[in-house]
Design a protein around this ligand. Structure first.
Ligand code: CA
Length: 396
């Protein structure tokens, strides 16, 4: 996984996560290990990954292969320069990994979409008529995306009180959303759509993504134009980005899509991924507990379909853009923790069923001092990869 780190007086730079260490890729480059790949080490001395990402997939694969060789136990490549190239995680500060141009938030978790529909439109079909025909999304706000560990301030806003009258104040229904973020790795020219066959070429990598949401503000403002202040006060992204190629062993066939989507969204290529996802909640002065377990295979639409649909009208994506999947909930309602839903809105059913965290602690929505941590692991018979976690603590 790649990220941006600093330590001591060193300026922010590109690192590769290796166990508990960040491998300093600028130093590795200056030692000459990338010379035959024709990569200028200066690309690793930058405070964002965008320059490295823009070098393109063949270069990423060559660097990844070189790092595999250098980091193999028998290589002993860095024995003499260990302290120069490996910086222990206790000494590093992590930074936002990419300069994000645009952020789009999809709604591809079908169980989440159904749950929200059941809650807010109880007498109608839980899914709106377009849901199974296209991956719906809205354009989010890039400026308020922060790196894991950044404290999250409870937003103020307008919402309806118990008498259905608009009031202004701190959100009473602050929530998280368990999502993945795709880091776009390649730009398409304005006016030129990306076909479904090419779509994954446009993904550099994947992160965990917490799309913090103020449900009371969202509920009052969202019609007719959709999410705004209930969403744009903060989203948190992991410090480390996993290259999509590293997730290749965990590729799976997605859910059957019925009705069959229009031809531009059709593909026979397995385009879903099997990643176990967890949400952990730690109230102040309390142990951390796992409140939800789910899996990325519950996404209805694939990453490739999201990119193809996003660009089908000619919209241009740029290197460093973030596409988030939407909340990934599992299918199961559960009377005990952990559940499988990816938000408190669903886990507490809009506050109707408080979660019992411990004998003395219950939750419907987040209170100040709560820390939420999203974690993900990809595993099969042969290997397991932990994605970079994303954590944030609420304050007022
Ligand atoms: Ca979202």
């Amino acid at each position: 996984m790649y990220g941006i780190f600093s330590y001591g007086i060193a300026s922010p730079r590109v690192g590769f996560k290796h166990g508990d260490y960040a491998l300093d890729l600028e130093v590795v480059g200056l030692l000459g290990y990338f010379n035959d790949l024709a990569i200028d080490p200066a690309v690793f001395a930058q405070p964002v990954l965008n320059g490295f990402i823009a070098l393109g997939k063949p270069t990423h694969l060559a660097v990844r292969q070189r790092l595999k060789e250098l980091l193999a136990d028998e290589a002993h490549a860095f024995d003499d320069v260990h302290d120069q190239v490996f910086i222990h995680q206790s000494r590093v500060q992590m930074h936002l990994p990419v300069r994000i141009g645009d952020y789009t938030d999809f709604y591809a978790g079908i169980h989440h979409a159904e749950n929200v529909g059941r809650m807010f439109r109880p007498n109608a079909d839980p899914l709106l008529p377009n849901y199974r025909h296209m991956p719906v999304a809205y354009h989010g706000r890039a400026s308020s995306i922060v790196v894991s560990g950044t404290p999250i301030r409870r937003p103020n806003g307008q919402f309806l009180d118990g008498d259905k009258q608009p009031v202004f104040g701190p959100s009473q229904k602050l929530d998280f959303e368990l999502e993945l973020g795709l880091v776009i790795g390649k730009s398409n020219p304005l006016g030129e759509p990306v076909s479904i066959a090419e779509a994954e070429d446009y993904i550099f990598g994947v992160t965990l993504f917490n799309d913090w949401s103020a449900r009371d503000i969202q509920r009052w403002e969202y019609q007719p134009l959709g999410p705004f202040l209930g969403k744009n006060f903060a989203s948190s992204i992991s410090a480390w980005v996993v290259p999509l190629a590293d997730l290749e062993p965990f590729r799976v066939v997605g859910p059957t899509q019925q009705p069959t989507p229009l031809p531009y969204l059709q593909s026979n290529h397995p385009a879903h991924f099997d990643l176990d996802l967890e949400v952990w909640l730690q109230p102040a002065d309390h142990d951390e507990i796992c409140i939800s377990r789910t899996n990325t295979r519950y996404l209805y639409w694939s990453f490739a379909q999201m990119i193809t649909h996003h660009t089908v009208n000619g919209c241009n994506l740029n290197v460093g853009d973030i596409l988030a999947t939407g909340t990934i909930s599992g299918p199961e309602a559960s009377d005990h923790l952990p559940g499988s839903y990816g938000s408190l809105l669903e886990l507490s059913w809009n506050g109707e069923h408080p979660l019992h965290i411990s004998e003395s602690v219950t939750r419907t929505f987040l209170v100040d001092g709560d820390q939420v941590t999203l974690r993900a692991t990809a595993r099969n018979k042969h290997k397991a990869i932990e994605l970079g976690e994303v954590a944030g603590k609420i304050y007022s």
